[in-house]
Write a protein that binds this ligand. Sequence first.
Ligand code: SF4
Ligand SMILES: [Zn+2]
Ligand SMILES: [Zn+2]
Length: 301
Amino acid sequence: MKCRKCGAGAVIELPRHNAAFCSPDFQEFFRKQIAEAIRKHKMFTTEEPVLVAVSGGKDSLALWDVLIETGYQTAGLYLDLGIFDYSVESKAKCEAFAASRGQKLIVESVADAVGAPIPEVQKATRRPTCSACGLSKRYLMNRAAVDNGYPVIATGHNLDDEAAVLFGNVIHWQMDSLSRQSPALASTHPKLARRVKPLYRLSERETAAYAFLRGIDYIVDECPFAKGATSIAHKQILDRLEEASPGAKHNFLFGFLEKARGVFQGAEPTVLNECAVCGQVTTGEICAFCKLGDQVKRRRA
Ligand code: SF4
Ligand SMILES: [Zn+2]
Ligand SMILES: [Zn+2]
């Protein structure tokens, strides 16, 4: 197997691109895919600070690595969910990565913000763990960006993640989610940061290869609550499709973004208000995060 660019021995084969690359040329390919995502969706410029949400996993740390190398002004944001050893280890990976590159890492704790770590929030509210966690993550990410002066948040969602979310949204015909599924979400309120996904053109296998070739030390274990999640079942179905027909995931996601997404967009943008309790953006009077915190306090009282 030879590198498509230079003819040296290849370290990775990419069937969907009908190509194989040596280590330096694969890294260049990887960085170019991110540069193309940023350019195509006008995600951010080198003039503005970018908050990179890092979980300690390969995707978000690979993304942060590329943005630092490319010369963007970045800081990391780690959300401490309080999920047993998983949180302890993933936080340590993020701290070590930030220290080794001389970057700032902002840490926000769910327990501090909501009154209990995620496993306790689940017990107190009987809400599915990932639903309480997802709500807390979205809220804390935006609040950290707004409070610290970052107009944009970059997350490590890759092609496999995005294709699996799209698959789930299509199966249930979630019209609202379909209209919002995009590599770049604009700000529609002064207290709402833009959200971008610069890895959406790269597969999970590609980010794993990049992290390995760059010697990034990341947490391999998944969150213990990820087991049995429907998103994992959807990923497995798409993996089987990809094996039978390389490029299937890419075609599914990119076809949606280029040809179908507009069909799902409503005429009226959602009106955002400021939460009467915390002042963060919400569609109602009191935001869902404040309601969650209130529920936790009452049930634990
Ligand atoms: S899998 Fe873990 S980190 Fe992900 S949303 Fe669920 S609880 Fe949160
Ligand atoms: Zn090469
Ligand atoms: Zn609130």
